[in-house]
Design a protein around this ligand. Structure first.
Ligand SMILES: [Zn+2]
Length: 170
């Protein structure tokens, strides 16, 4: 397994729209394993392949503290099940250090393939509903900062650009 480099906002590669996975083979399973290792090391609770510069529709999530409830979603499709909205503080490994409130539908159904390429579906609520929507956004080139005001997003962008310049010069 390997820890992969995570792209950070405002890297334009985060705006890439990911392609569907054609075959769930050893290459994809390797990617899934590397994504889990990268996510656990960060640490984070969700990661989309887009964030590690692989533009295929693969998501990993684990909401458990013990890192023992891994969820894999390949070619996920979301269906919103309610008009009820939920507000939650979101963060992102690609926007390190920033947490902002985002409003999303509170219940969704996700259809996807698992690590073995088998189709499954799941109804997600609460944190899992937020997380799966956040990660699916990544596959469509969208970030949680896109839900914020231009002013807030620009402030975050400038701070991260400054940080990236400092890291490049270090
Ligand atoms: Zn994210």
């Amino acid at each position: 397994m390997a820890i992969l480099n995570i792209l950070e906002f405002p890297d334009p590669r985060l705006r890439t729209i990911a392609k569907p996975v054609a075959v769930v083979d050893e290459r994809i399973r390797q990617l899934v394993d590397d994504m889990f290792e990268t996510m656990y090391a960060a640490p984070g609770i969700g990661l989309a392949a887009t964030q590690v510069n692989v533009h295929e529709r693969v998501i990993v999530i684990d909401l458990s503290e013990e890192h023992n409830e891994p969820l894999v979603f390949i070619n996920p499709e979301l269906e919103i099940l309610t008009e009820e909205l939920d507000e939650m503080q979101e963060g992102c490994l690609s926007v390190p250090g920033f947490y902002e409130t985002v409003t999303r539908p509170e219940r969704v159904r996700v259809k996807a393939l698992n690590r073995d390429g088998e189709a499954f579906e799941m109804i997600c609520e609460g944190l899992l509903a937020v997380c799966i929507q956040h990660e699916c956004d990544h596959l469509n080139g969208k970030l949680f900062v896109d839900y914020l005001s231009n002013l807030k997003r620009d402030r975050i962008r400038k701070k991260l650009e400054k940080l990236h310049r400092a890291q490049a010069n270090a």
